[in-house]
Design a protein around this ligand. Structure first.
Ligand SMILES: Nc1nc2c(c(=O)[nH]1)N[C@H]1C(S)=C(S)[C@@H](COP(=O)(O)O)O[C@H]1N2
Ligand SMILES: [Mo]
Length: 161
């Protein structure tokens, strides 16, 4: 009997040659070189394991025109759109904790994680772009949808609920 299963899928599409979707089992099967074990090395308070953003993109093959990455979370209608070049070697897709699917309480089934984000609303690559409950990564030509807060008042309001 499996210890835990998840039907959740991550779609990676948009300005790519081979749109694809990935399940927990798919990501678990990525090569060891593509895995990022123990992301507390980058974010002490966020445990788990992931795969590199690059390993996902290698499978969908972004087109030359793709220059932004838009992270969508349908669950709470949150989105962040960030320049692709800047995150290509900085981002991780976290998908498991202790060998089972990443818990929703921590932002699962899938959570985007930038290794070294800027403080909230100070930069395009800020902590607010560490999108929880990501179910779609869309490659775009130009900036896509972005619901991140613009100032401290909006940021406090977001964190209040
Ligand atoms: N889906 C989703 N992801 C999100 C948010 C959100 O409201 N919804 N908030 C963002 C903001 S503003 C911050 S600062 C971080 C907070 O991450 P934490 O809850 O792990 O501390 O998540 C980011 N990811
Ligand atoms: Mo934030």
């Amino acid at each position: 009997m499996p210890m835990s299963t998840s039907n959740a899928k991550l779609v990676v599409d948009g300005d790519v040659d081979e749109p694809a979707s990935f399940s927990f089992d798919d990501l678990k099967a990525f090569s060891e070189a593509e895995q990022v074990r123990d992301v507390t090395r980058f974010h002490p308070k966020r445990p788990g394991d992931g795969v590199t953003l690059r390993s996902l993109l290698n499978r969908v093959r972004p087109r030359e025109t793709a220059d932004y990455l838009t992270l969508h979370a349908t669950k709470d209608d949150f989105a962040a759109s960030i320049p692709l070049a800047a995150v290509l070697d900085e981002a991780i897709l976290v998908y498991q904790l202790d060998g089972v699917p990443y818990p929703e309480a921590k932002g699962g089934s899938f959570r985007f994680l930038i290794k070294n984000p800027a403080a909230c609303h100070t930069d395009e690559l800020d902590d607010c772009a560490n999108v929880k409950f990501v179910d779609r990564i869309e490659l775009t030509s130009g900036k896509g949808r972005d619901t991140r807060p613009h100032d401290e008042a909006q940021h406090e309001a977001l964190h209040a609920h």
